[in-house]
Structure formats: structure tokens, C-alpha cells
Design a protein around this ligand. Sequence first.
Ligand code: LLP
Length: 414
Amino acid sequence: MGAFEYHEGRLSVEGVPLARIAEEVGTPVFVYSRAAFTGALADLDAAFADRRRLICYSVKTCANLSLLRLAAEGGFGADIVSGGELFKALKAGVAPGKVVFSGVGKTEREMAEALAAGIMMFNVESAAELEVLSRVAGQSGRRAPVALRVNPAVDPQTHPYIATGLQTSKFGVPHDEAPALYLRAAADPHLRVVGLDCHIGSQLTSVAPFAAAAERLRALALELRQAGINLEYLDLGGGLGICYNAEEPPTAAAYAAALRPVLDSLPELTVVLEPGRRVSGPSGVLLVKVLYNKSNGPRRFVVVDGAMNDLIRPSLYGAYHAIRPALESDRPMEVTDVVGPICESGDFLARERHLPQVAPGDILAVMDAGAYCYAMSSNYNARPRAAEVLAENGSFRVIRLRETYEDLIRGETA
Ligand code: LLP
């Protein structure tokens, strides 16, 4: 059962009807379930309970401090890709020694900040980056703990924009160039080789690509051992998919089972995982309010007060998010697009959906909106960003205020 279900006809989370949250906080508003968020982290952790492991929540998916704090309180780490994410993770109480830093374009400033914080590991993505990191570490008098992010060249069979482990993607170091780069890193007095890393893509719905990538990393880890380089961490990235529509993603247990042959043959390594979507995705929804019904020719539109600036995934990736009315309805069904007020035809939340007829003022929930939704939101069309709410155990609280018009001009000069 999901975190958002109907009770007595009202779509609810943690015992709170979503319509009540919409009424008290206004719309558009993102609502997260504490139990769903912490439960997903615990579920993954439990699947790897028989070995040394560290689950690093991928901050980029949803970086609200209250959610980061939940991860921190659970003893989990953070997967970051910028100085801003480091700042937020540390503010929320994530232990610096549980932070992994990925990304193809780390700046010197970001490296220096992460070194000063004492993070667990830099996942280095190129020879050029390794050189700069060595220099920055030398200047700061610290040895930088490094892993190479290796591109295992496996096809994750996902949307091309979010496939990262293909031979042609910008990420990581080519598999066959990794050994030489490791030898260089191991000989560098400013670097300490600690790990091996990959991340092949996002929203994977089968375990086979994960297993194939892990197998390639295992071969590399053994080759490095032969060369006298002993690792501490094997970081297999994130990428575990969720069900937006009819996908059947693997359970955490099936995921762990698929990796087991590789992990069992490397018992001395701590496995690091960087799950994002799997944790935050199903933990959140976006609530929007119906403004108008209209038809243009044969096409029907429900115009709502949430838009592509709030939730860009349908516009950007053609992504599917289910839409559910906050109040169960027995009105006749119709086929309709759900669109926002933004001046672009690409501004839609759903297309050609069978939905019960709605009226102005009705609240709709855009489901599975916890990952990459608020995080990718913008002020396009000078729209203040939505509020965020955390529901927990029968009550709820605002964890980020709705932006105001004043927020829209902060820092600007007329
Ligand atoms: N680790 C690294 C190095 C990553 O690049 C990513 C995601 C993750 C972990 C977390 O992956 P997850 O477990 O969430 O699949 N905006 C797109 C997704 C972009 C994914 C970027 N990297 C979307 O809305 O689908």
C-alpha cells in the first residue's frame, strides 16, 4: 500500500486528508510523508543488512532540510553533486564522513569546501579533475579520499536523458582507462585511493543492468588488488526505479539479491548506494487546484494552478505522473489534459487522461512527485515556488514557506 490512499473517500497521508492541507496551506503545495521517506531508506538498508554498507540519500532528488534531517537522524549518508548540496546536508546534520561527492564539474571552491568538511569520498570523473583535486588538496594540506567513477558502458534501458553509464555519456572515466588513472592517484601524495564507483542511470526497472555494471566493477577491483591498490568502498550509485504508471520495479530484496554474487566475492568492501528517487519519489505528491474547464475543438483541458515551473518532468521527459482527485468522485469520466497557466504548449502535467469530471476549486494530486519535482522547480513566468509540507503521524507542518512576490525580486536591481 502506498503512503497516499483514500480513507472514507478522502485521499489521505498519515491520517491527514490532503484536501485539508490544500485548504490550510494553499496550492500548489508539495506534501511528503515522513513514514514513506524513512521507510524506503530503512527498506534498502535492511536488504543489505548482512554486510558493511552505507546508504547515501541522493540529495538532488529532494533537498528540503527536514527530509535531509530525517536521513541524517537515521544514520544515513548523503550523495551530493555541488557545494550547495554539501551546505544543506551538513546543515541538516548529515555526518561529513558519510558524504560522497559526485559530478563531472566540481569547482576548486567546491573541492576545498568538501575537503575542509572532511567528506568520505570524492567520486572523480576525469583525469583532469583528479589533477585539480590533487592541487587543491595539496594547498589545503589534506589528502583527498578518492574513488574513480567508472563508466561501465552498460545500457540501463531508461530514458536517454537519465542514462548515464552509456559509453557516449559525459559521465565517469572509461572502463579501460581506469587502471592507469588509479595507479596515478595511488602514487599521488595528496590523494588517498579509497573506492570505486559507478552510476549507470535513473529509473531502472530491471536488475540486469545493475548486475552487469557491478560485475565490471568487480573485475576492476580485483585487477587493482593485483596492482597493490586495496579499496574500502564499492559505490554502486543510485538508479532503482519506482512505479509511476504500470512499471514493476524490483524490490529492494531483489536488487540486493542481484548484486549478491559480486558483493559476496568482495566481502572486505563496504557497499555504498546512492538512492534518490526510490526514497523520495513515492513519498511526495503535488496538490493543485482546478481553475477552469475548457475545450478547444475536440480537446478538453483542465487548467490548474500548478505548472511546469512546479513540476517539469512531463514537459521535459514526457514523464507520466498519475493524477488523483483529493475527494473520491463518481462523476462521469472524461478524457482530458491537465495543464498549467504557463504560456507554453509544453506546459502540461498530464495528457489524455481518463479522469472524473472536475469543477473549479477541486483539488487534484499529482502522484509520485517527491523526486526531481520541487528540486527542479523554477520561477518561470514569475511564479513564486510552491510550499512544502511534511505529514507525520496524524499531523502536518510546513517545511518550506510558499515564496512571495518579494522573493521574486530578492537580489535584483531595478
Ligand atoms: N548518484 C548519481 C551520481 C546520480 O547522478 C544520480 C541521479 C543519483 C545517484 C540518484 O539516482 P536515482 O536513485 O534517483 O535514480 N531529473 C531526472 C533524473 C536525473 C537523475 C540524475 N542523477 C528525472 O526527473 O527523472
